[in-house]
Every structure is written in C-alpha cells, then in structure tokens.
Write a protein that binds this ligand. Structure first.
Ligand code: ZN
Ligand code: MN
Length: 128
C-alpha cells in the first residue's frame, strides 16, 4: 500500500469520528484495514494532516493529542476525569481578536480556547 493511500484512509477515519480521536484510536481503526501498519506511521500522518490544515490538532490536559476533522472556528471542552473532548457550539466572539490586536499591536490570525471541567457523563457517574 502506498503512502498517499495510507494518508487517505487515516483522513477518512478522522472524518468519520465525531469524538476527536487520539493517535491510538485512529491506529486501532486503521489496523482493521491495514493489519501491519505501525503506530509511528499513524502518528506521522496525523501530524502531517494537521500541519497542512486538513485536520486540527488539540492538545489535551494530559498531553494526549486529539484530532478534529472540523477545522472551522469552534471551541472545546475537555473533561478532567475522562479526558474526552467535546465541541462547544457557542459563537466565536470576533471582538476577541480585535481586542487582542489592540493589546499586542500585532496581527491576530487565529485564537484557541478550550474549557476544562467535568463532563455531563462523569457528573452523572459521580451522583450515582
Ligand atoms: Zn468525563
Ligand atoms: Mn471539535
């Protein structure tokens, strides 16, 4: 199997996974199609796809990288218990970039906000 075909499959796996998959979960899914693929190959391709802007990389609290097919502006919520990454469907405030430009005197290209807390699933487990 050639390299571009591998990358295509990896992209497809990320695009079909709403849960912001980690390198390891992409690796597990890809092994079903390419049994002898290595974790390093998956890692390298995910980073290349993120560098080229085809997917987005999210660093979570414990240093685990998550990958997101949604490259549009949106925010994330990361659970401190289960480390799941959720989308926050709130509007992105355009005045934040403007304000930051005023403060730093430079040109803002993008910004990244992630919220940390306890997710609804972990809250439910705690109560029970
Ligand atoms: Zn949780
Ligand atoms: Mn997302």
């Amino acid at each position: 199997m050639n390299y571009s075909r591998q990358r295509e499959l990896i992209l497809k796996i990320v695009q079909s996974d709403m849960s912001h998959p980690t390198v390891d979960s992409v690796y597990q899914a890809l092994r079903k199609e390419i049994p002898n693929v290595s974790l390093a190959t998956v890692y390298r391709n995910l980073n290349l796809l993120a560098e080229s802007g085809e997917i987005r990389k999210i660093e979570s609290l414990d240093g685990t990288a998550h990958f997101d097919f949604n490259t549009g502006k949106h925010y994330h919520f990361i659970c401190i218990h289960c480390n799941k990454v959720y989308d926050i469907p709130c509007d992105v405030a355009p005045e934040v970039d403007k304000k930051a430009e005023e403060l730093c005197g430079g040109k803002i290209i993008s910004h990244d906000i992630s919220f940390q807390g306890i997710c609804h699933e972990c809250l439910k487990l705690k109560k029970n």
